[in-house]
Write a protein that binds this ligand. Structure first.
Ligand SMILES: [Zn+2]
Length: 296
């Protein structure tokens, strides 16, 4: 794409990302694509982040990024002001003053193949990948060859086989080891001794896909943001065991894939943020009885 000596422009990077993550694949409520930035500005370095928050913005600016590619939209709902007196307005001002562009690939990156959940599945070495929740029937806007029926594997979440079957307790420890470290860690629901061969994974909030995981007949489903009642009722109905990881940790693996693609496709330098933006910062497990210090 770029010729020697002339870096790609913001418009070039947007075009490349739109090809890999077509905006038409995003959910109707979602807001993806270029958020701010001038199309003709050169891009030498791209910062890849999950969340656009002051900390990741400062990190990107310090790294000399010309463009930030984020997973979560900074501006999802309608806004009538980006005044610097507001939290998000300050971020917008900071980026524009620093001449740093911002692009978002959210639910369109979730359903892409490779997409967010492929990177998550790769952490577990899953094979024979297939989508957990195939996309809605193809529309002309989707372009040719994007049906799951043609084997592209597009859709939300992935189902695959573990290299070695293991118990739910072992899988929970494995998840904590292969996913980025967070205070939240990983918790699981179901019989700790239950054997898991087939695993479904879905980056981000997977609460809405419990029925799909049960219908797919997987042994366990790893996602984030699971809740008491839906999880309890799902298990009571004989559904797969559940693993609940930190939201950020389930999506962070995708940033490596995103950065590698940008480097290959456009020859730009990339930096990937490992700044944990999960809101949960403290975790304490109840002490076991034998951990308690004996009274003097
Ligand atoms: Zn998310």
């Amino acid at each position: 794409m770029s010729t020697t000596g002339s870096p790609p422009t913001v418009a070039d990077v947007v075009a490349a990302l739109d090809r890999r993550y077509p905006p038409a694949w995003a959910e109707e409520w979602d807001r993806v694509g270029l958020v701010l930035g001038e199309p003709d500005r050169p891009v030498r370095r791209v910062a890849c982040v999950i969340d656009v928050v002051p900390e990741t913005v400062e990190e990107a600016l310090a790294a000399g990024a010309d463009l930030i590619v984020a997973h979560h939209p900074l501006l999802l709902r309608g806004v009538s002001s980006v005044a610097a007196t507001t939290y998000k307005g300050r971020i917008v001002h900071r980026l524009i003053k620093a001449d740093v562009a911002l692009y978002v690939a959210h639910t369109n990156a979730d359903v892409a193949a490779p997409g967010v959940s492929d990177a998550l599945a790769a952490r577990f070495g899953l094979t024979g990948l297939r989508p957990l929740h195939p996309p809605r029937p193809a529309s002309p806007a989707d372009g040719p060859g994007q049906d799951t029926a043609d084997g592209s594997g597009r859709g939300i979440g992935r189902i695959g086989e573990l290299p070695t079957p293991m118990t739910l307790a072992e899988l929970t420890r494995l998840a904590a080891a292969v996913l980025p470290v967070t205070a939240w860690g990983v918790r699981a629901a179901g019989d700790p001794g239950r054997m898991v061969r087939t695993l479904a994974v879905s980056g981000g909030s997977g609460d809405g896909f419990l029925a799909e995981a049960a219908a797919a007949g997987v042994d366990a489903f790893l996602t984030s943001d699971l809740r008491h009642h839906p999880a309890g009722e799902h298990l009571a109905a004989g559904g797969p065991a559940l693993l609940d990881a930190a939201h950020w940790a389930t999506e962070r693996p995708w940033l490596d894939d995103l950065a590698a693609h940008l480097a290959d496709e456009l020859g730009v330098e990339t930096v990937v943020s490992d700044l944990d933006t999960d809101p949960w910062t403290v975790h304490a497990a109840a002490p076991r009885p034998d951990d308690k210090e004996p009274r003097p």
